[in-house]
Structures are given as C-alpha cells and as structure tokens.
Design a protein around this ligand. Structure first.
Ligand SMILES: [Zn+2]
Length: 297
C-alpha cells in the first residue's frame, strides 16, 4: 500500500482474491464498493474477459497452494503445461490492471511461494518480475492470529490458531521464498518489517533502487506523516479500508504475547529468527523465570 501511493505504481493487495471477489464471494474493495460495483475492478474484469472467462483465473488457484508446490514447479518449467497457460492468463490480468490504472508497475502482495513461481513464467509475455520478501518477527504473526477474530476481518476465513502450526508455516514460507527466489540476482530483495517501521526512508530508498523508481515523494510523505492515498486494494490487510494510510508500527505482541506462545515460536523457529537478526526476549525477560534459552529449546 505504501508503494501504491506512487503515481507509477498500482498496489492491488493480495491479488489472488480477485477472481472470487468479483464472482461467488464478493468482497469489499478498499474504495468501499463490493465486487463488480467497484469501477476499477469491473473495468479490469471486462478487459480480461475479452480474452478468457474470469473463472479460468479461479481454477488456476489450485496451483498456488504450498502443498502443490512440487507439481507447480515442474509444470511451471514446462512450456504448454496447464501452469504455463495459467501464467499467461495472469500476464493478461497484470496487463489489464496496468492499463486501467495507467501505471506501469503492479504490486501483488499475495504471499504464496507457488504463486511467485508462476509469476516468473509471466515473463514470457513481457512482464519484468521482481520479488520483495518482507520478513516480520514471527511472534508478531502469532499475536495477530491470537487477537483477530478471522483472517480478513470480514468473517470469511476460518482462523488458524494452532501456534506450533503457525511457527512451522512461518519457517516454511520464509525458507521457500529464499530458496525459490533468493538466487535471482537483481530480482530479489529481502527487507524486514521492523526496519521499515524504524527507518522508513532508508528502507524505501533501497526498495526504490530495487524497483527502479524514485520514491522521494513517498518518503517525504511518510517522513511528514502525511496520509498516503490507498487505491483499489482488493484483498489483504484490513488497513485498506482506512482510505488513507499512516505508518504506525505494530509491536503489540511484545506486551501481549504469552510466554508460552513465545517459547513455542522460538523453539520451532528461533534458529531462523536469529539469522534474520531477531532476539529471544525470553533470555533476559523477568516475566519468565527459568525460561529455556534459545540454545536449549
Ligand atoms: Zn475499488
């Protein structure tokens, strides 16, 4: 959403929601309109449907689950396969979004590694694909799952509350993202959510260089705490309904996450969290006498 406030960049949110959001499970866009009532997404849909029915995009979603990753990886590398065909359809969607928004860069914040692989295939249709891998302290993820009633704030997604499962998921998605995309020189950038919040100007300069866009105006707006305009964001963070975005670090977990949840996370994911520069609070935290050190957990 930060990037989308730049006049050359269109942020779509989690774009994988798009087919459902105009088909059988209409969802509100950030503009307030639901499903096809949003003028932007209905124009995108019309553009796409000149070439194929939107249900094709919905069917392609089956290749995006992490469980289907091996199959997707093989099919994505095979010209003429069903995944290759789906990638070509995604390229049409990206083109339609770019045309309708009159912006040359489209940011899809879907977080499935399999989708990232499929997106790489859209290069055969002339797309230049780059990956921004944003890591967040996994304990923040655990806390956000503890406190939210449902995944979307809309009653649509059943909550996943098993903390050990979530910690494993955090490890898996980060490791897979690094393995699948990290080796692509000049096409992969890893940043930390916490660094973005602590030093937005520094991180955004880095992102701007990576994307090839001068983000000075965005950085100035963030620095002066001017609200950033939110365009037509179709899925993902509930902040999108605020219409204008002001950066505010979310560090609630540090006060609220239970010692038990924190230990669960660190026991499973501490080895990777340390590599990203996070520290186990448990060692020095007076709330937790006798808490296991990261080495012993
Ligand atoms: Zn809209």
């Amino acid at each position: 959403m930060i990037l989308g406030s730049h006049p050359d960049i269109c942020s779509t949110g989690e774009l994988f929601h798009f087919p459902e959001s105009v088909l059988d499970r209409p969802q509100p866009c950030s503009c307030g309109a639901v499903g096809d009532a949003c003028p932007f997404w209905s124009s995108v849909r019309a553009d796409v449907e000149h070439q194929f029915p939107i249900t094709d995009l919905k069917r392609g979603r089956r290749y995006e689950s992490t469980r289907s990753l091996p199959r997707t990886a093989l099919l994505a590398a095979t010209p003429g396969s069903s995944v290759d065909r789906y990638a070509r359809r995604l390229a049409v969607l990206l083109r339609a979004i770019s045309t309708q928004s009159q912006r040359s860069i489209v940011v899809d914040s879907s977080k499935y590694p399999s989708r990232g692989l499929i997106m790489w295939r859209t290069r055969s249709k002339g797309t230049d694909v780059r990956y921004i891998h944003m890591v967040r302290d996994g304990r923040g993820l655990l806390w956000s799952k503890r406190r939210t009633v449902d995944g979307q704030g809309l009653g649509l997604t059943p909550p996943e509350k098993n903390m050990a499962d979530l910690a494993v998921w955090w490890v898996l998605s980060n490791v897979l993202s690094a393995l699948l995309f990290g080796f692509r020189r000049n096409r992969y950038l890893r940043i930390r959510y916490e660094d973005l919040m602590a030093n937005p100007a520094g991180v955004l300069e880095q992102v701007g260089r990576f994307v090839g866009v001068d983000l000075t105006t965005v950085i100035e707006a963030v620095r002066n705490q001017r609200p950033l305009p939110v365009g037509h964001v179709v899925g993902g963070n509930r902040l999108r309904f605020n219409r204008a975005l002001v950066l505010k670090p979310d560090s609630e977990w540090q006060k609220n996450l239970s010692r038990e949840d924190e230990r669960t996370f660190w026991g499973i994911a501490g080895w990777l969290a340390r590599r990203y520069g996070y520290e186990a609070k448990a060692v020095s935290d007076p709330r937790a006498p006798g808490a296991p050190s990261p080495e012993s957990s």
